[in-house]
Design a protein around this ligand. Structure first.
Ligand code: ATP
Length: 464
């Protein structure tokens, strides 16, 4: 015991040792400060702290932000959808509840992911913790949301390898089978897309079109939906462009609804006139989500697409004039950039649909092969389309008035919208079909009158 006490250094020895160590540290620090630049010193300190803290921390956090390389982060979107579907089963102290069903106040409540609330999930026996965070920003959209996903450090690799693909696949399944579709319209004042439930019930079964066109459309859409690998191997953006053209009332909007319902895609309905310049167009378009349709109706009335294509300089001058006159700033080149350029490759599974009543007014650049994949003519009623409309509206497949109606419909230009209106005039089949025949015959008479007048005009010109 005495020998043990003898080995313990005295207080004065410890103090002397401490003083010399402090002196050496100070000298070393001064030498280091003189020799190593400040920036390098700071870098080493940060690395040292990182190493030290990660060694002692037992958890690891994945941060999933809304944007990834300037595009919508699909992992964020998948997390949103997955968590929303799992909310009822997740262990959490609170969640958001609400309903957007205006017609039914007693509609089943939807659940939403609240901000700053911890939600516990479990994956193959591993405990995970999710939370949605929010950060205010100075620029649009004025807040930035991101998810924190925390697990024990030792499961980091496993979560990345198995859990991330698991919840992404679950989200994909949910999106494919979700019940409500949304139509988004752009609100310029608030610089946001505003959603409303899309309730257009037209499908390819209820759309009166020629069977050949129906088959072409369905095959094309199905091939597109399954084409992820194909688009990847040929190095093209996974998108499809359709130009729907034809007179008013021939079913262009109905075709868009049938496409949306067939694909289960949301629609972004963009009024091109509400966009002030190409920069705004870019911002608006990059805010759209995957598996969606971008619809630009009446393209001939919006962008500067009806003018013949000019050189960039001429285009700018023309644009300048236009801006002064109508404050309409989106250029054809801005739009085309999106169709086949940078912006179309930002995101996946996109369908772009342009509609026009005047294809002949469009710039050839917009019609060039490869720009819009299919040009689809929505035309006046053919006998097949007429019969289909009658079958739908009056639930009959035969009638003694079919022959005369069919004969006239071959001669006149009647739109499906006009025919549908006549068929809705009465629930009595005979009255409705008689009304339709009279309407078509009246059109026929008007057509003949116009022809006679035109021939008269030509004769007048010849005699003068
Ligand atoms: N091919 C069709 N099959 C069934 N219904 C049709 C068809 N075409 C038109 N309709 C009926 O006519 C209405 C108007 O048609 P729709 O709005 O789709 O035509 P549009 O070509 O888009 O017209 P616009 O160019 O004026 O926008 C539809 O709500 C639908 O009831």
């Amino acid at each position: 015991m005495a020998s043990l006490i003898n080995q313990v250094p005295s207080v004065s020895t410890v103090f002397a040792l401490y003083t010399s160590l402090s002196a050496i540290t100070m000298i070393l620090r001064n030498i280091l400060n003189d020799l190593v630049p400040k920036k390098l010193r700071e870098y080493i300190t940060v690395k040292f702290i990182d190493l030290f803290s990660s060694y002692y921390q037992s958890s690891f956090t994945f941060v999933i932000e809304q944007k990834w390389e300037f595009c919508d982060n699909q992992t964020f979107r998948a997390a949103q959808v997955y968590l929303q579907s799992r909310l009822a089963g997740l262990s959490t102290g609170e969640f958001l509840v609400g309903s957007s069903d205006l017609k039914n106040p007693a509609a089943e409540l939807s659940l939403g992911v609240p901000v700053n609330v911890k939600m516990a999930d479990e994956f193959e026996g591993i405990h995970l913790e999710w939370s949605l965070r929010c950060l205010e920003t100075k620029s649009f959209p004025y807040e930035k949301q991101y998810f924190h996903l925390t697990c024990k450090k030792q499961y980091r690799e496993k979560i990345m390898k198995d859990y991330f693909p698991y919840f992404a696949k679950s989200a994909e399944k949910i999106i494919r089978h979700r019940e409500d579709l949304y139509i988004y319209t752009y609100n310029r004042q608030q610089s946001t897309w505003q959603a409303a439930i899309f309730e257009h019930h037209t499908t390819f079964e209820t759309l009166a079109i020629e069977p050949q066109l129906k088959t072409t459309m369905i095959d094309d859409l199905d091939a597109f939906a399954k084409g992820k690998d194909f688009f990847k191997t040929v190095g093209r953006a996974w998108k499809r462009g359709y130009l729907l053209y034809g007179p008013p009332g021939t079913g262009k909007s109905s075709m868009v609804a049938a496409i949306a319902n067939h694909m289960n895609y949301n629609i972004y309905d963009l009024q091109i006139q509400s966009i002030s310049d190409d920069a705004e167009l870019r911002k608006v378009l990059t805010a759209t989500k995957n598996r969606s349709i971008l619809l630009i109706e009446d393209i001939d009335c919006g962008a500067d697409s009806s003018c013949k294509r000019q050189t960039k300089k001429e285009e700018d001058v023309e644009l300048g004039k236009k801006k002064k006159k109508h404050d309409l700033g989106i250029s054809l080149s801005g739009l085309l950039n999106f169709v086949d350029g940078l912006w179309s490759s930002c995101g996946e599974e996109r369908i772009i649909i342009f509609t026009t009543n005047h294809k002949e007014k469009l710039d050839p650049a917009l019609l060039r092969p490869g720009r819009m994949d299919l040009h689809i003519l929505m035309d006046y009623c053919t006998p097949f389309v007429l019969k289909k409309l009658v079958a739908m509206y009056l639930k009959i497949n035969d009638h003694f008035l079919f022959d005369p109606i069919e004969k006239v419909v071959r001669e006149v230009s009647a739109t499906p919208a006009e025919v549908a209106q006549q068929l809705m005039a009465s629930k009595n089949v005979d009255i409705a079909l008689k009304g339709l025949l009279e309407f078509l015959e009246y059109k026929m008479l008007k057509k003949e009158d116009t022809k006679v007048e035109e021939e008269g005009d030509i004769e007048d010109v010849d005699t003068t």
